[in-house]
Write a protein that binds this ligand. Structure first.
Ligand code: C2E
Ligand code: CA
Ligand code: CA
Length: 707
């Protein structure tokens, strides 16, 4: 019905007379009129006639007015047509029934025709308003569906009004799931986000505040969705607040952002970070390295002869090779194991593709330049196996240029530039190698490489020796044992200090055979001294971090000792604090295993780590060795005296033996004795000596004591 065409009123009544009178009255009032004699006809003809309003009698043959009205309402097209029921006067039951079956209103017979036209017009106006409202609601619902936006209302306790269909759709939940309040909503959040959501909701409820937050839920399809919830708090008259809010699925938007990010910061071919992104990481890592006074390295990596591969095998194969190379590089940097070169804390992707066949690696936290050389060698090592591309075996080679902070520059751009010029230098040197920007760093890295090379052969060539440093009882200075310390004599390099080669041995894994060799040597020496009739003594042997992680360590070490015919209880294994802290549970297990064979356990360099008293209590240990640095400072009036006496009394309370090492002065000896330290070791008594010199030293020492 529009304003120009008159409204169509359909009269349904079996009384022909009444129909005629009504028609006349309504036509007079400007209506268009159609008539039908009964309910069945109404149902049959409704869709054809499409009346704007229906005047419906109750009592009719066939289908009566109630049944006809009910059927009409069941038809989607008939659900909103105004129906005016004609009932008998004061027939309350019929009136109620009329409303029940969906009638809009009723008039009683006999009908006042004057009033009837006004009633009908009023009903039509109301219907137009209702239609407009429904249309706008439908548009809003559609808009909400498009925006993936749902709305909700909750009272001051966070209890929801029933949700709309859109709101359910946004959450991807069936309507059968009832979400009663904010708490139940927060339960939909994925585990990682739940606590944050709980806290935000609880805060908002407590203070009656408006809020907004984003969180993720696992939809019923299992996909994670990003939800954005906005709530406005309204203060209602009777105090308290009420929340009116929206709830939006922003998964798509987040995904798009992610994609944009991916395009801006990642290389499309390899999926690795691009140069811009590596540079951004570098800026961050630099700030951290400056603050922590750490080193950092930038490696510029170029595939040798990549152009030739591209030319012969084609672009696609070239890309495939780049991807495969990137993958291997990434594996190397992820591994970053024994040297702990990759600082997990920064959590940066550390290899990227700069351009063409050039990659960049960022080592955000290294101990020294040599670490960068180790990584450069590993990166090159990662390419030693051929790639299979386009059914061909392809060998890739790289040249690498390295710049190091702080040596080669303090800004990201300087470091990148210098890594590039080191790369150019590496290529000039004839490719397939790595090169530092600074000549001195090259020399150092070279030295390290040389040491490593020689170290690999040192065991076979019998270049190691074990020295023994006596340990004395503090009370009477009697010799109670020794510490075995390895020495390396190389024909060209000369004497190499353990401080220099032990870290390399650790990193290369060589420490495992070397350490077991030292243990075997010390054990045999004790047996030899026993056989020579010397008073039985104990020997301490150092165990490095890397060794401590070896599988079945206890069985291996026990075998070494028993093979020599020595009881394991004659050996104390010295471990540093940091090793014991690394993986608490595993460390405790390993210690128990070692002790089950009879080995004693000593904590070396104690005081330099951060182990707490309560932690130490849980460890099955026998001895604490106070770190030399504290002993050295004794008598200089610093706080070390206090630290040392604290360590000693703490050790006593835990029933541990305390050994002080690095004792060089009489004053240190006096102090340690007074504090109740158990054993002493240091140059004041003897440096580490070759086994052959021990007997003479012990004899001389005993003569001195009895004198
Ligand atoms: P460490 O276990 O703390 O060994 C004590 C170091 O202090 C030894 O150095 C010893 O020679 C030195 N020293 C002893 N008395 C004094 C003193 O009075 N004054 C001073 N200034 N120094 C003293 P060394 O032999 O050079 O060993 C250095 C480190 O190398 C050792 O420290 C240990 O961590 C490691 N190391 C040595 N031998 C082995 C070994 O066989 N296996 C393992 N894993 N590490 C070893
Ligand atoms: Ca030691
Ligand atoms: Ca020590």
């Amino acid at each position: 019905m529009t304003s120009s065409t008159p409204a169509l009123c359909l009269i349904v009544d079996d009384d022909e007379m009444l129909r005629a009178l009504t028609r006349a009255a309504l036509e007079c009032a400007g209506f268009q009129v159609e008539e039908l004699p009964d309910g069945n006809q109404l149902v049959a003809e409704f869709r054809r006639l499409r009346p704007d309003v229906i005047l419906l009698d109750v009592l009719m043959p066939g289908l009566d007015g109630f049944a006809a009205c009910a059927q009409l309402r069941a038809d989607p097209l008939g659900s909103h047509v105004p129906v005016l029921m004609m009932t008998g006067l004061d027939d309350v039951e019929s009136i109620n029934h009329a409303y029940e079956v969906g009638a809009t209103d009723f008039v009683t017979k006999p009908i006042s025709f004057d009033l009837l036209s006004h009633r009908l017009r009023y009903m039509l106006r109301a219907k137009i308003t209702a239609d407009a409202l429904r249309a706008s609601e439908a548009r809003l619902a559609l808009a909400q569906r498009i925006a993936r936006l749902g709305h909700w209302q909750a009272d001051a306790q966070g209890v929801f009004e029933p949700w709309s269909r859109e709101t359910y759709e946004v959450l991807g939940l069936p309507r059968s799931v009832v979400i009663g309040d904010l708490k139940e909503l927060s339960r939909l959040a994925i585990a990682e986000d739940r606590e944050r959501v709980d806290v935000a909701f609880a805060e908002a409820l407590r203070h009656g505040n408006s809020f907004n937050l984003e969180f993720r839920i696992a939809g019923s399809d299992g996909d994670v969705r990003n939800l954005y919830v906005v709530a406005l708090a309204e203060n209602v008259v009777d105090g308290g607040a009420r929340f009116i809010g929206t709830l939006q699925d922003i998964t798509e938007r987040r995904r798009a952002e992610q994609q944009i990010h991916q395009l801006a910061y990642f290389d499309a071919v390899t999926g690795l970070p691009n140069r811009a992104s590596i540079r951004a990481h570098l800026v961050q890592a630099l700030a951290l390295a400056k603050r922590n006074e750490r080193s950092l390295a930038v490696l510029s990596i170029d595939l040798d002869h990549f152009q030739r591969i591209n030319d012969t095998l084609g672009f696609a194969s070239g890309n495939e090779l780049l991807r495969a190379v990137g993958e291997r590089f990434r594996a190397v940097l992820r591994a970053g194991d024994s040297v702990s070169l990759m600082s997990e804390t920064l959590n940066l992707e550390t290899v990227g593709r700069a351009a063409g066949d050039e990659f960049i690696a960022l080592l955000p936290d290294i101990a020294n330049a040599e670490d960068a050389a180790v990584i450069a060698r590993r990166l090159r090592g990662a390419l030693s196996e051929p790639f299979e591309i386009a059914d061909q075996e392809i060998y890739a080679r790289t040249s690498i240029g390295i710049s190091v902070f702080p040596d080669d520059g303090a800004s990201a751009d300087d470091l990148l530039k210098h890594a590039d010029s080191a790369l150019a230098q590496a290529k000039r040197e004839g490719r397939d190698c790595y090169q530092f920007f600074t000549a001195a760093l090259n020399a150092r890295a070279f030295k390290r490489l040389t040491v490593e090379m020689h170290l690999r052969r040192a065991l076979d060539r019998d270049q190691f020796m074990v020295y023994f440093q006596p340990k004395l009882r503090a009370s009477d200075l009697a010799v109670v044992g020794f510490e075995a310390l390895v020495r390396w004599m190389h024909p060209d390099l000369g004497r190499v200090s353990p401080a220099e080669f032990i870290p390399i041995a650790e990193e290369t894994g060589l420490i495992v055979p070397i350490g077991e060799w030292v243990l075997g040597h010390a054990a045999s020496q004790l047996v030899a001294w026993d056989q020579a009739g010397r008073a039985p003594s104990k020997c301490a042997v150092n165990l490095s971090a890397m060794q401590f992680r070896v599988k079945d360590l206890h069985q291996r070490l026990a075998r070494v000792v028993t093979d020599c015919g020595l009881d394991a209880s004659r050996i104390d294994l010295e471990l540093t604090e940091s090793v014991l802290m690394e993986d608490g549970q595993a460390a405790i297990r390993t210690l128990h295993e070692l002790k089950s064979h009879g080995f004693g356990v000593a904590v070396d360099d104690f005081g330099t780590g951060y182990s707490s008293l309560s932690y130490l209590k849980r460890l099955p240990i026998d001895v604490l060795k106070i770190d030399q640095s504290f002993v050295r400072e004794l008598g200089t009036g610093g706080e070390d005296a206090a630290i040392v006496s604290t360590i000693i009394s703490m050790a006593r309370s835990l029933n541990l033996k305390v050994v002080a090492e690095g004792v060089e002065l009489q004053t240190q000896l006096d102090f340690l004795r007074a504090q109740g330290c158990d054993e002493l070791q240091g140059f004041l008594f003897s440096p580490p000596l070759p086994a052959a010199e021990i007997a003479a030293w012990v004899d001389a020492h005993e003569r001195k004591l009895s004198a």
